[in-house]
Design a protein. Structure first.
Lengths: 238, 288
């Protein structure tokens, strides 16, 4: 597995639980510098749980998550982001009593290194947010909220961006804008893990993909190497 | 007529004291969704600490300047060593800890200082008053107390709404899980919150002792007035808490003006009336 050796982010036999309920059963995964990896799978397959476990929102075995070969599984979420791993959470989850700009500023709290992201850079990426920067975050449309959620994560200058269902519930035209921004983000060398239910979008931007099924990896490979039938089988377990 | 204006003024001034009781409680609830049942007793504790310093020859203002950071440190330690360990989905464990703390503080004070009634001697200002004409006069200490209450709220709002630390406070209050994703150590935020709340308790304890008599048993009643002020004002708004304190204060003095026996009762009645008319308080901010 020469691929695993050069991985920036790696999980080995990652397990995660919600109380007594086991959601992940030993996920082994690798992400390389500058790579975009899609994670697909049905509802309840453990995709969001996987991202949460990496980000530190769920307890996980200390050696199960590695960044640059270093175990980071014992670190709390507020330390993980300072290492350059940032999660864009499912459902956006903006800070409701904060304005758009304040939401972005809070994102800089866990800043990692001297990256390229700043308020100005976020406003260049999403010009509409500049117009609405003093608006309460609750007054935005779904697409604009998603832009704030992504911008907020970028403010920490992540090396690795974990995106959880960033197209969920958005109009196709808005999804196109969000994915155009994602291309810009990738162009800056950021590695991306993309959890999506929307297969077409995920596969169109991903360098590699993992398919999850009931807390396990059921298939992985490059999108062009994965046949529709193989994905179908891995997706539904048929 | 003059009697009523006087009553109203005294009520507003008393409201300043009640909102000082309530501000710390409001901050703790607003950021942590934690109810601190020991809040009143901690105010009384601060008053006794100042009393002990004064008895040792420390000037009263210096005593406040010493007790204020001391109470901050106590709050920080209390939160990081005890309450943070009990925080979780269930709100009962931290509530029970503060209930136990209330009993410990009360009995500790009783053991150390006896049940005697005390007051803080603030010198010539103690009984000083300002004549406003028309036979109406207001006490200087009560006026300073109201000004202090307003100043404390201005300062806290300045911190919460104008500083990066304040943004972290509000973000943590909104969504503690996501705040952690942003690099905010929520437990450190909570410890600072409790520290700030207890520092405000020190100010409240100063005016409690300077305005009226106190003994180790009066904490729970102060907690009750503070609760009423917070709920009347609306959760999450410090100006609302000031307004709530003034509503309770005015209701009490108006009640006492009609019949001295009605003072405490009319404060509670005003609270119930506000609850019936506006269940979310006068200036609600918090969404949950």
């Amino acid at each position: 597995m020469s691929e695993q050796d050069s991985a920036v982010l790696e999980t080995r036999d990652l397990t995660a639980f919600y109380g007594d309920f086991q959601a992940l059963f030993g996920i082994s995964f690798a992400l390389h510098e500058g790579e975009t990896v899609a994670i697909i799978g049905a509802n309840g397959a453990g995709k969001s749980t996987f991202l949460k476990a990496i980000a530190g929102l769920l307890p996980r075995p200390a050696a199960a998550v590695r960044l640059d070969g270093r175990d980071i599984g014992a670190l709390p979420a507020f330390d993980i982001v300072k290492l350059g791993i940032s999660l864009v959470p499912e459902g956006r989850r903006l800070f409701t009593s904060l304005s758009v700009e304040e939401n972005l500023q809070v994102g800089a709290y866990g800043r990692h290194g001297d990256g390229t992201w700043s308020l100005e850079a976020i406003y260049r990426l999403f010009p509409v947010l500049h117009e609405r920067r003093h608006t309460p975050s609750t007054a935005l449309s779904g697409g604009q909220q998603q832009m704030v959620a992504i911008g907020r994560s970028l403010m920490s200058n992540p090396r690795i961006l974990l995106c959880d269902e960033i197209s969920l519930g958005l109009a196709p035209i808005v999804i196109r804008d969000i994915y155009a921004a994602l291309a810009d983000i990738k162009a800056r060398g950021t590695s991306v893990v993309l959890v999506e239910q929307d297969l077409m979008h995920a596969m169109s931007v991903a360098d590699r993909a993992y398919c999850f099924q009931e807390g396990r990896v059921s298939l992985s490979g490059r999108p062009q190497e994965l046949t529709r039938d193989a994905i179908h089988a891995a997706y539904f377990g048929l | 007529m003059l009697g009523w204006i006087d009553t109203l003024l005294q009520g507003i001034l008393l409201g300043g004291l009640y909102s000082l009781y309530a501000t710390g409680l409001s901050v703790i609830f607003g950021i942590m969704r934690l109810v601190n049942l020991a809040h009143g007793d901690l105010i009384v504790l601060a008053a006794f600490l100042m009393l002990a310093l004064v008895a040792a020859g420390v000037p009263i203002v210096l005593a406040l300047a010493i007790v204020l950071p001391l109470m901050f440190a106590l709050g920080y330690a209390l939160q990081s060593l005890m309450l943070n360990r009990a925080l979780g989905r269930n709100i009962l464990p931290p509530l029970l800890i503060t209930f136990g703390l209330s009993i410990i503080v009360q009995n500790g004070l009783l053991e150390t200082f006896s049940a005697d009634t005390r007051f803080l001697n603030v010198g010539p200002l103690q009984g000083a008053s300002l004549r406003l004409g028309g036979g109406i006069a207001i006490g200087v200490m009560p006026l300073i107390c109201l000004v202090a209450a307003i100043t404390v709220i201005l300062l806290l709002n300045g911190v919460f709404y104008r500083t990066p630390l304040g943004r972290a406070f509000r973000a943590t209050s909104d969504d503690v899980e996501i705040a952690q994703l942003m690099g905010i150590n929520n437990k450190a935020i909570y410890a600072i919150t409790m520290g700030i709340a207890l520092a405000v308790c020190a100010v409240a304890g100063f005016f409690l002792g300077a305005r009226a008599n106190f003994d180790p048993s009066i904490g729970p009643a102060r907690l009750l007035y503070a609760f009423e002020a917070v709920i009347i004002g609306g959760l999450g708004s410090l100006w609302g808490t000031l307004a709530g304190g003034i509503v309770v204060g005015v209701a009490q003095t108006v009640g006492a003006h009609i019949d001295p026996e009605w003072q405490i009762l009319s404060g509670h009645v005003a609270f119930l009336i506000v609850l019936v008319i506006r269940p979310r308080g006068l200036f609600p901010r918090a969404v949950d």
